[in-house]
Design a protein around this ligand. Structure first.
Ligand SMILES: C[S@@+](CC[C@H](N)C(=O)[O-])C[C@H]1O[C@@H](n2cnc3c(N)ncnc32)[C@H](O)[C@@H]1O
Length: 337
């Protein structure tokens, strides 16, 4: 046995194997809204027990696991939050991401135990893209909508030059409409979205409560079958192409070209695109997630470029989302510019 092999330990492997416990620990802390409680001053076990109603034994174990995972810090008896936890996991924060718990609870905890079968057979365990799967989407869409609205505010800064004033926007697979809504709040203009019935019903309600009902119109149906209307100044494809095979993703891009005015742009965002190290765990795990739930894949940027090019777009910009994981690609319909 070489020295290298003799000196190794299984520590890294054990650590990897406990990955599921990490996810569950975080989800439970979010279910109990523990980080919010600490941020509001309930920072001891006694105060947290009163606040959450959880058992002493369970809570102590959970706090220890969170501290060991560096999601909490402690001095004497008082817990405090590291800055990233304070910013993203406290409900009062505008950047709150804690509703990610729904994706884990409603989807990941159910599908990941089926990975072995999915890998053996190469087929999804549960289709959530091609069919409506309402009960799953109704749980996870509010979180995605918050992410989408945040991305809309971000695009407002980084894609300002491709969005004209008072744009006509098409939001393909709009979910609850957060992305398009935040763009027309900033730019004026109007948005037209297509998604399943259950999503557009809520998209209409959200638009009405933001006083945007007269500028936001939603249509129920299948993106591959419905007429998208147009011509538009912007087509948004947010968090959708990675759910499809290369052929179908390219078909959505071809439909985007047809729906756009000349020289206007498609904005592709929140797609999980692996980074170019080929060792990006989020991209790689996401592809497995897509294997279990769809025909999709975490397509790489080279694939996006070639599809865009083939259907008649010129890529203008690619950026990683600052709140990641997710990538933005802006491409303009060929002809001018
Ligand atoms: C991951 S969600 C993203 C929603 C929204 N664009 C966002 O960024 O928050 C994907 C959405 O695309 C919708 N979708 C996927 N394929 C579709 C299709 N063929 N027709 C209509 N909607 C579709 C799903 O119903 C779902 O709401």
């Amino acid at each position: 046995m070489s020295n290298d092999v003799e000196n190794v330990t299984p520590a890294r492997i054990h650590d990897f194997a406990w990955g599921m416990a990490r996810t569950a620990t975080l989800v439970t802390a979010l279910d109990l809204d523990l980080f919010t409680a600490i941020s509001r001053g309930a920072d001891t076990v006694d105060a947290l027990q009163k606040n959450t109603g959880a058992s002493r034994r369970g809570l102590s174990g959970l706090l220890t696991a969170l501290e060991a995972s560096e999601l909490l810090e402690r001095s004497a008896e008082a817990y405090k939050l590291p800055p990233d936890v304070e910013k993203y996991l406290v409900r009062d924060s505008r950047e709150y991401l804690g509703d990610m718990r729904h994706i884990h609870r409603e989807l990941n905890f159910r599908i990941w135990p089926q990975l072995t079968d999915a890998v053996k057979e190469g087929t999804p365990r549960t289709e959530i893209f091609a069919t409506s799967a309402d009960e799953v989407w109704s749980q996870i869409t509010p979180y995605m909508d918050a992410l989408a609205a945040g991305s809309g505010r971000w695009i407002a800064k980084v894609a300002e030059d491709v969005i004209p004033k008072q744009p006509r926007i098409f939001d393909a697979g709009c979910g609850y409409g957060g992305c398009g809504r935040s763009l027309i709040e900033r730019w004026g203009g109007s948005v037209h979205g297509i998604d399943r019935e259950s999503s557009v019903t809520l998209a209409r309600e959200f638009a009405a409560s933001a006083n945007l009902a007269d500028r936001a119109e939603y249509q129920a149906g299948d993106l591959f079958e419905q007429d998208w209307g147009g011509p538009y100044d912007v087509v948004l494809l947010s968090n959708i192409l990675h759910g499809y095979s290369p052929d179908r993703a390219q078909e959505l891009l071809a439909r985007s070209v047809s729906a756009l005015r000349d020289s206007s742009s498609v904005i592709i965002l929140n797609e999980i695109v692996p980074d170019d190290t080929e060792t990006d765990p989020v991209g790689a795990f996401f592809s497995l997630q897509m294997l279990m739930t769809s025909e999709g894949y975490a397509h790489d940027l080279a694939a996006y470029h070639s599809w865009l090019n083939e259907v008649g777009f010129t890529t203008r910009r690619e950026l990683r989302s600052p709140t990641g994981p997710g990538t933005l690609v802006v491409a303009t319909k060929d002809g001018v510019k």
